[in-house]
Design a protein around this ligand. Structure first.
Ligand code: C2E
Ligand code: MG
Ligand code: MG
Ligand code: MG
Length: 280
């Protein structure tokens, strides 16, 4: 890349750019080692019904970096995707979540919970995605009816029929699908109606401004109406206040996820929260 115009060559040797490049190369090398060094963690954030009872959790990936502590996905998911590491790390996430579901089967309080797992579009489009997923299902023996896969609209921007076929194969095994961050992508509503979805997840950017912005309120209302007419479940993410929850309930949304009900926490903390609730 140092080739070409003199300007680009100069920019390459700019010390601050070189430092940034060096940091990126280092981060990439560390990411490559993270699986082997067992630095990945799954945190779980509760999802609740209209009474505030836990119905499930979303699994959210964390990187426990030796010096930097817990690193958030915004920093490393794009890098996992651009390096192709997302396939192996995504498989680790699914495996971990499925093992959790399989363990919870024996607990009266935990056995009804669903786990939602985020799947990167790049991971979903891999040719061996189905084979790898089926292997995980086979050896974990997870109750698949309690597994939800979260996909985003960007999955359907290209190779959409392939994505739909894969969804259908997974649906046949009992897996459910949730469309994450709904309203932030560019997917066609006509095509969405043809997908084997179970749930729409209203993006937190709309939820958090629902009381302040008429436009956001209108978007949320039409999303709820769309879900109803397509016979899909609806859940709101990023619910932080009781006023937001009350507004959502008044407009027909009765499933919630957000800091109001709990932040993403370790598996032992989520288990403790569920058993504390069931004692009341
Ligand atoms: P997402 O799937 O939309 O997850 C929701 C994000 O919103 C999470 O951020 C969660 O911690 C945060 N959140 C939940 N409730 C609230 C709230 O009330 N207020 C605010 N301000 N934020 C809230 P997180 O954990 O940082 O994850 C960010 C994104 O990274 C996720 O967005 C998802 O797209 C991606 N991600 C996380 N884990 C995985 C994974 O295992 N695989 C893949 N492919 N992507 C993942
Ligand atoms: Mg999600
Ligand atoms: Mg989301
Ligand atoms: Mg989001």
């Amino acid at each position: 890349q140092a080739k070409g115009s003199g300007r680009q060559a100069l920019r390459f040797f700019d010390p601050s750019m070189q430092a940034a490049l060096h940091a990126k190369v280092k981060l990439e090398a560390e990411l490559r080692q993270a699986l082997e060094n067992q630095q990945w963690r799954l945190h779980y954030q509760p999802q609740v019904d209209r009474h505030g009872s836990f119905t499930g959790v979303e699994a959210l990936l964390r990187w426990e970096h030796p010096e930097r502590g817990l690193v958030s996905p915004a920093e490393f998911i794009p890098l996992l995707e651009s390096t192709g590491l997302i396939n192996d790390v995504g498989e680790w996430v699914l495996e971990e979540a499925c093992q959790q579901l399989a363990r919870w089967v024996y607990s009266p309080q935990l056995s009804q919970l669903t786990i939602s797992v985020n799947i990167s579009p790049l991971q979903f489009r891999e040719t061996d995605f189905l084979t790898r997923v089926e292997q995980v299902f086979h050896h974990t023996q997870a109750p698949l009816a309690q597994l939800k896969l979260e996909v985003t609209e960007s999955l359907f921007v290209e190779a959409r029929d392939d994505a739909r076929d894969k969804m259908l194969s997974l649906k046949a095994l009992g897996v459910r699908f949730s469309l994450d961050d709904f309203g932030t992508g560019y997917s066609s509503l006509a095509y969405l109606a043809q997908l084997p979805l179970d749930q729409l997840k209203i993006d937190q950017s709309f939820v958090q401004q629902v009381l302040e912005s008429k436009a956001n309120a209108a978007i949320v209302e039409s999303t709820i109406a769309l879900a109803k007419s397509l016979n899909l479940d609806i859940i709101a993410e990023g619910v932080e206040t009781e006023a937001q929850q009350a507004w959502l309930m008044a407009h027909g949304c009765h499933a919630f996820q957000g800091y109001l009900f709990g932040r993403p926490v370790s598996v032992s903390d989520i288990e403790a929260a569920v058993s504390a609730q069931s004692r009341h």
